[in-house]
Design a protein around this ligand. Structure first.
Ligand code: AHM
Ligand code: MG
Length: 335
């Protein structure tokens, strides 16, 4: 067996200079996320043994019932990001408004805003199926030292300086990009260290997996219905195989490795689909593009959409480039 020897800590230091604003702050920020990931991983692994499964009794701004682990992961990530003199604001799926991080230093120069989905795939928590954390990082637009504003969060995805996810699966992985490709690190739980296990991850150009909640089929737009039928048709390398976990991070991760397309279209029930632009679609879209894949709302590149609000939703088609293009072609037939 060949051991993976490069740790995430070493990788961060080695690649710090690649980052255009290289002052070490972004590295500190990734380190803070690494720490929170380990804490949440520890909690997720205990689920079932201690009283952290089930509903917390509250609903979030999206009207969804919060799970105890959602709330706990939210707390842990916010704690890890605050008080490090780097982050000036945090937005989370679990918080109605963004959080202003007050610095102890009144002349603080904290430049970054972080948007997170602390525990994505909540419906899978209670049943021991993989869940994940998604994060997205921007430089603030308003001057350092002034209070952070909504404008700092409502930036198009193209402005992201880093993005990534943690997958709490059969093993725990942290996958991230700072705009120079995508690298994946696997946690050795015995010693609590992430090792570079998946360097320079690339979406296969095409694949044979389509991932969509087909229970919603009758509510999908005609272009999506036609594309699903195309996936199922016996011709060339088709029919494709259908794989849907219902955890965006896990479905994306599998498709990144094997080749495939993930879809959460709009429907007659949800006019903009379900997924949130700022802390679900944008970070996944940056990762996808950095890995040679594509991400679209069916007609437009996700990363170019100008957000209008913090918890905005958007239809999402993401994965192997040829497959996303094909899906767009079908949707283009019904403008
Ligand atoms: P969540 O943030 O409340 O967990 O919702 C997002 C999740 C995604 O991870 C997943 O792909 C999707 O919702 C599944 O939704 P559905 O059950 O409607 O198929
Ligand atoms: Mg989510």
């Amino acid at each position: 067996m060949q051991w993976k020897t490069k740790t995430l800590g070493e990788f961060i230091i080695e690649n710090q200079a690649e980052f255009q604003y290289s002052t070490g702050e972004l590295s500190k920020l990734i380190n803070a996320i690494r720490l929170a990931a380990k804490v949440v991983n520890h909690e997720v692994n205990k689920a079932g043994l201690i009283d952290i499964l089930g509903a917390a009794g509250e609903t979030n701004v999206q009207g969804e019932s919060q799970q105890k682990l959602d709330v706990l992961a939210n707390e842990k990530f916010i704690q890890a990001l605050e008080n490090r003199e780097i982050v000036c604001g945090i937005a989370s799926e679990e918080e109605t408004d963004f959080i202003t991080v007050n610095s102890l230093d009144e002349n603080h120069q904290n430049k970054y805003v972080v948007l997170i989905d602390p525990l994505d795939g909540s419906s899978n928590i209670d049943v021991n199926v993989s869940v994940g954390t998604i994060f997205s990082i921007y430089r603030r637009l308003t001057p350092s030292g002034s209070p952070v504003t909504l404008e700092d969060f409502l930036q198009p995805g193209i402005n992201q300086v880093a993005a990534g996810y943690i997958i709490y699966g059969t093993s725990t992985m942290l996958v991230y990009t700072t705009g120079h490709g995508v690298n994946g690190f696997t946690l050795n739980p015995a010693i609590g260290t992430f090792y570079l296990s998946h360097p320079n991850m690339q979406f296969p150009d095409t694949g044979r997996i389509y991932s969509v909640n087909e229970g919603n089929y009758i509510h999908f737009p005609q272009g999506v219905k036609d594309y699903i039928k195309y996936c199922q048709m016996e011709e060339g390398d088709r029919p494709y195989t259908s794989r849907y976990i219902g955890s965006l991070v896990s479905d994306f991760h599998r498709n990144l490795i094997k080749g495939g397309i993930y879809m959460y279209p709009k429907s007659s029930l949800n006019s903009n689909g379900k997924l949130r632009l700022l802390y679900e679609c944008n970070p996944m879209a940056l990762l996808a593009e950095q890995a040679g894949g594509k991400a679209s709302d069916g007609h437009r590149r996700i990363l170019e959409i100008q957000p209008g609000e913090l918890h905005e939703r958007v239809p999402f088609f993401c994965g192997s480039p040829r497959m996303v293009e094909k899906a767009e072609e079908f949707m283009g037939r019904y403008p």
